[in-house]
Design a protein around this ligand. Sequence first.
Ligand code: HEM
Ligand code: HEM
Length: 135
Amino acid sequence: MTTALGVFGLCYLFVWCFVGLYLGIKHESHVEELESSAKKGSLTDYFGIWSAWKMHAGAHGHALLLALICIIVALIMPQIGLADMAKTILAVLLIVGTVLASVFHWFYFKPLLGLGSALFLIGILMTIVGFVKGL
Ligand code: HEM
Ligand code: HEM
């Protein structure tokens, strides 16, 4: 499962970089939209446009950063003093957590975004405990 965690992290980095490219392509029109709503003086519109963008940029940022953490955990897996079964659970928690937290950040569906974040956090907690046990 360690290999799967590492491969997942690398592939997820690859995929979400394309989302970064998509954001880059949309960036100019996004700024124009912001400018035009600012000129109209509509603070509600301005905030709506800004917050939708921020949600997407945030999903992109977190997807990549959580994927990097999956890769780091895969690299330090030999130093983690947990049983094989626990290591499998740890990898599954990090993979499922990363996918749920990033996809449902993009679509802003709070229950699954929250569930993904919680699974990821449990995975990190297991990593800390296992790393300390393995010292
Ligand atoms: C080909 C690769 C990538 C491209 C084209 C790309 C492009 C972008 C773009 C266009 C934005 C939005 C900027 C804005 O708000 O105006 C952005 C935001 C961001 N990116 Fe990337 N990115 C790439 C890879 C990465 C990687 C590898 C990481 C982290 C490991 C990363 C982390 C972030 C973060 C943290 C943000 C800000 C999120 C926020 O505002 O909350 N990006 N990126
Ligand atoms: C499950 C774990 C995490 C949760 C629940 C979480 C939650 C959040 C929240 C609520 C925000 C503010 C979003 C906004 O108002 O736009 C945020 C922003 C951010 N987080 Fe996380 N985060 C997590 C993990 C991480 C990790 C591991 C990293 C880096 C390795 C990271 C880097 C960032 C960055 C760069 C920003 C954007 C700051 C900005 O735009 O000013 N987060 N995160």
